[in-house]
Design a protein around this ligand. Structure first.
Ligand SMILES: [Zn+2]
Ligand SMILES: [Zn+2]
Length: 145
């Protein structure tokens, strides 16, 4: 993970709260809410205010080191983000978040929307829901019995 290089390059200190929050996110397969991150840090004996967690997440998000995704109930949570054009797919069963590359993903749709609305499309938000391989296995196992 080169997030430390990215922060240093952009002139940000690798402060203890930033480091600790990134560590929590690096260890998580599912998106975490600020409250969940706060709880995990408390369990590890790292005393940090919830407001600082929010503030740090805002910074990490603006630096594109972290992304907001939504669980199947549409609750927002934070996951690590790699650089470049990509999106996330979220498992509807276990809420695991995985990245996929976004190269030219919705070109056709954008052209159609531009033609239909006369807007110029500048950006997009995209997230997919599905069933991850592990959960598919569990479902199949159950089906066999
Ligand atoms: Zn799953
Ligand atoms: Zn995209």
């Amino acid at each position: 993970m080169d997030w430390k290089n990215t922060m240093t390059r952009l002139g940000y200190r690798i402060s203890e709260p930033r480091k600790k929050i990134m560590e929590v996110l690096e260890g998580a397969e599912v998106a975490l809410s600020p409250q969940q991150i706060h709880q995990q840090l408390e369990h590890k004996g790292f005393d940090i205010g919830l407001v600082s967690v929010y503030r740090t997440l805002d910074l990490l998000t603006s630096l594109e080191l972290v992304t907001v995704v939504y669980d199947p109930e549409r609750n927002p949570g934070y996951v690590l983000s790699s650089t470049g054009h990509h999106h996330h797919i979220i498992c509807q069963k276990c809420h695991k978040a995985m990245e996929f590359s976004g190269t030219d993903d919705i070109e056709e749709l954008i052209h159609r929307v531009e033609a239909e609305t006369s807007f110029q499309v500048r950006d997009h938000l995209l997230q997919l829901f599905g069933i991850c391989p592990e959960c598919l296995n569990t479902l199949n196992d159950r089906g066999d019995k």
